[in-house]
Design a protein around this ligand. Structure first.
Ligand code: ATP
Ligand code: MG
Length: 583
């Protein structure tokens, strides 16, 4: 491929609306262009890399027994109503209308479509297990599309769905996908780690996300270096002890706290109640019903844990400033800062408490009377808790739940997700099969996604330096960039460049020949920005000495005799390729 005959619009300046380095490099290296927020056009270099990532995914999915299909992006809303997600996923669903005013959904994911297919096609245990996958465009009405391809409105996903006759079978399917994901990311040159993930509203028991550590990631991963425990903070737990019990009086005692509405204020003189002896009372609206949630004063509520455990899908804090919620605070008799669960909790309201509060006494909490608190509160004696469970967010430095060593937290980008679904969708959409004994059962499902476009950008986020992208060989748009420093048509540099290009191409190497009549500095900068793994410099000076310069993107220049150049490049290529073989 000649540089002049493709389209690589590199930019010298950093685009001002690109906040993170991988987004800047996507634009500067001419891989993509923005149409509008969350929508991008792939240009030739970006597209080549995208196709390579797709191909690696395809090979590994096929190897793991996946069967490739292609489903419609446009979907009837009826199947979404049937699964119940027409409401619960409403926030991300793009809806369109046809000329007859009928509504359609643009698929954000394909559980409904594939389960409908399975319902009509997979009827006997003899046809199971099956794992169908596709690589296809998804649409999500993200509130804040940002960071380029990381969070887009339209993006490419590989999504796979497994159907098994038994739970054990489903676990085996899950395991195959988990292994395939490890191989896929390794082959892409990406360091991505599996972490335990929240199973959220979808339910199910097993879920891992594949995370790429990066400061710019939108997830927090809690991990232990000693035992390799790793979990998304939405799910992570720690080995902290419960609150130590103390002696308490016979009943809670009310005391005046005029103007005190924060944990911090109550911790100060003259009150001096440490945060860890306070109960934080939060009022939430969960699926339209008010509930009280209690965590210790020094802890933060983890909404994901609350949602995962209660199954609530629409969860928000009640807002004292919002007229719609006024009734809630009127029912409690006080405003935030003076709330508690000891007295005056309206009948029928559920009270959820964090497990760390279990057994705690001599606690202080709001009295449900503005300007008053209660002290000497005994959790179990004085508060009618509906359910106890782990509701708090883990903090750095806490003991690992598995081995008690110190937990760390780091930011990461989620590139993939494997999920054991169970029978939720197969039940709702009637994907049942006849077992050997003639009984009928819903298939046990799993779903497995990789953000293909997000993965591309995550590679850049992880593999770059001050000069540009440093592509891992397997996903580089071209593997070698041949750079004649003079492009006089029949001059020695161009002649040798063409010859070398032919030889390398014949050896299966993807070559781009920079035939632009530009200064060497411009060519070098561009090839470094775009990140080709090896540049071969053909300059008149070194050619006169019988030498060619090989410049690996991430290593020093090596001079080789002209006659040995192609063999040297092929040897470099083989060695480089070997680095990305998946175990
Ligand atoms: P997130 O938590 O980042 O919103 P998700 O958990 O909703 O993602 P999944 O439904 O698990 O995403 O989708 C599978 C994969 O698709 C994700 O692991 C991610 O790599 C990718 N992905 C999800 N949403 C987007 C998006 N808006 N833009 C680009 N890629 C996305
Ligand atoms: Mg996910």
């Amino acid at each position: 491929m000649l540089w002049s005959q493709t389209f690589i619009p590199t930019l010298k300046e950093t685009p001002s609306d690109a906040e993170i380095v991988s987004h800047q490099l996507l634009l500067r290296a001419g891989l993509v262009r923005k149409l509008t927020g969350g929508l991008y056009t792939f240009l030739p270099m970006g597209l080549r890399t995208l196709r390579k990532i797709e191909q690696i995914i395809r090979e590994e999915m096929n190897r793991a027994g996946g069967i490739e299909v292609l489903m419609p992006a446009l979907q009837p809303p009826e199947i979404w109503q049937q699964s119940g997600r027409y409401e619960t996923a409403a926030g991300v669903l793009f809806k369109v209308r046809d000329s007859a005013k009928k509504e359609w959904v643009l698929g954000p994911t394909h559980e409904e479509v594939i389960t409908t297919l399975a319902a009509s096609e997979l009827n006997s245990y003899r046809q199971l297990p099956r794992n169908f996958y596709q690589i296809q465009t998804k649409f999500r009405d993200e509130i804040r599309p940002r960071f380029g391809l990381m969070r887009a409105k339209e993006f490419l996903m590989k999504d796979a769905y497994s159907f098994d006759a038994s739970d054990e079978g489903a676990m085996a399917s899950y395991g195959r996908m988990y292994d395939a994901y490890r191989r896929i990311f390794a082959r892409c040159g990406l360091q991505a780690f599996p972490v335990e993930a929240d199973t959220g509203v979808i339910g199910g028991s097993h879920s891992h996300e594949f995370m790429v550590p990066a400061e710019t990631g939108e997830n927090d991963v809690v991990y232990c270096e000693a035992c390799h425990y790793a979990a998304n903070i939405e799910k992570a737990t720690s080995g902290l002890p419960a609150t130590a019990p103390r002696e308490v009086g016979p009943e809670p005692e009310k005391f005046a706290t005029p103007g005190v509405v924060t944990i911090e204020a109550l911790a100060k003189a003259p009150y001096g109640v440490p945060a860890n002896r306070q109960i934080k009372t939060l009022v939430y609206v969960a699926d339209s019903r008010p509930v009280l949630i209690l965590v210790r004063g020094d802890d933060q509520l983890n909404e994901s844990k609350f949602m995962a455990r209660t199954g609530a899908v629409a969860v928000r804090p009640a807002d004292a400033k919002n007229a719609a919620d006024a009734e809630i605070f009127a029912a409690l008799g006080a405003l935030p800062g003076s709330l508690g669960a000891v007295r005056n909790v309206p009948a029928g309201w559920k009270v959820y408490a964090d497990a760390r509060l279990r057994g705690a006494n001599d606690m202080t909490t709001g009295a449900n009377e503005d300007g008053f608190h209660l002290k000497g509160v005994s959790m179990e004696r004085d508060i009618k808790v509906t359910e106890w469970f782990d509701l708090r967010t883990v903090k750095v430095g806490e003991p690992c739940p598995k081995c008690a060593q110190t937990l760390k937290i780091r930011r990461a980008i989620e590139v993939g997700h494997v999920f054991k679904l169970g029978t939720k969708y197969s039940e709702k959409l009637n994907a049942t099969f006849l077992a050997e004994d003639g009984s009928r059962h819903p298939a046990v499902m799993g779903c497995y996604g990789i953000g293909v476009t997000r993965t591309l950008q995550a590679v850049i986020e992880q593999c770059h330096d001050k000069d540009g992208i440093v592509w891992p060989l397997p996903v580089a748009p071209f593997q070698v960039c041949i750079t004649p420093l003079s492009v006089v048509p029949d001059g020695q540099p161009m002649t040798l460049a063409r010859q070398l290009s032919d030889e390398l191409t014949a050896a299966g190497i993807e070559v781009i020949l920079d035939d632009r009549d530009e200064r060497p500095g411009v060519k070098f900068k561009d090839s470094e920005l775009v990140g080709f793994p090896l540049r071969v410099n053909l300059g008149e000076k070194s050619l006169a000495k019988g030498e060619i310069e090989l410049k690996p993107r991430n290593g020093p220049v090596k001079l080789v005799p002209i006659a040995a150049a192609s063999a040297e490049v092929i040897a470099w290529f083989q060695a480089e390729k070997a680095k990305y073989q998946a175990a």
